[in-house]
Design a protein around this ligand. Sequence first.
Ligand SMILES: Cc1ncc(C[n+]2csc(CCOP(=O)(O)OP(=O)(O)O)c2C)c(N)n1
Ligand code: SF4
Ligand SMILES: [Mg+2]
Length: 298
Amino acid sequence: MAGSSVQVPATTGPALPLIGKSDTKPTWCPGCGDFGVVAAVEMAVKKLAIPSQNIVIVSGIGCSSNLPHFLSSYGFHAIHGRSLPVAEGIRWANHSLTVIATGGDGDGFGIGAGHFIHTMRRNVDMTYVTMDNQIYGLTTGQASPTSMMGQKTKSTPNGVIENPIEPISLALAAGATYVARGFSGDVKQLADLIAGGIRHKGFSFVDALSPCVTYNKINTFDFFRQRVYKLESAGHDPSDPVQAFARSLEWGDKIPIGLFYRTERPTYEDLEEVLSAGPLALQKSGLKGQDALLDEFV
Ligand SMILES: Cc1ncc(C[n+]2csc(CCOP(=O)(O)OP(=O)(O)O)c2C)c(N)n1
Ligand code: SF4
Ligand SMILES: [Mg+2]
């Protein structure tokens, strides 16, 4: 679990109730796949009984990135493509917190692609859940990095001509230690995958197929219902990176969902000298005369 390396309370003060819905009602279109994802995040965190004051959900910009507003934990709505560096910063300031980043395919695999790769190679102990609708929803229907070849969108009236990014293959290649794909039409499995990711020590990535019912008329709930199959029922071995990579290339009549890969290696927090001594937020600064020092800058 994120924070499993340290045994100190994440925050002090009165315990809050377990995570639940916030007072802010989702602004998503009726039927949007993201409703299934927010339900799955809530179920996963409740299942693990993590106190809400110890959870921070961080997002970028997009329809999907509005998710932190709708749950009662702490949250941070960052800027487009920058959920991961903000989430990493929170982990480094206090790695006894459970940090979950959420966002869209444009946010994570377009403008945020560099952060995606580097956070995985560092194995920062946090969870990243993407709501992959293969379109830019918030900006009303342009092609995204995961839009399929040939798909006609507002920005590609003659069809997409760029090869799509395959998030699972990319995560495997970049060194993520827990790699899964869920479907917002199967909230129970998605919640289990997210809970497994939070429990996992290291960077966990869950790509949730989450249809945009308004701007993507190709990758619909029906499209996925006809194609998805569960890796666990297909004899897949998630400890085998070669098998995981081969499965990640399957996209067509059959689309695998479930846990592709899981492995253990030291986290960034384990290896970084200062962080390995405990959460930064709870350490003494060690600075002498810091007020005078700060006066120089303010
Ligand atoms: C730096 C910057 N560039 C572009 C935008 C415009 N913009 C906002 S959301 C978005 C894409 C959203 O797509 P995605 O991340 O897939 O989220 P979705 O709305 O589909 O859930 C873009 C291009 C922005 N807000 N900031
Ligand atoms: S535009 Fe698409 S992604 Fe955005 S809320 Fe509506 S259905 Fe969901
Ligand atoms: Mg999108």
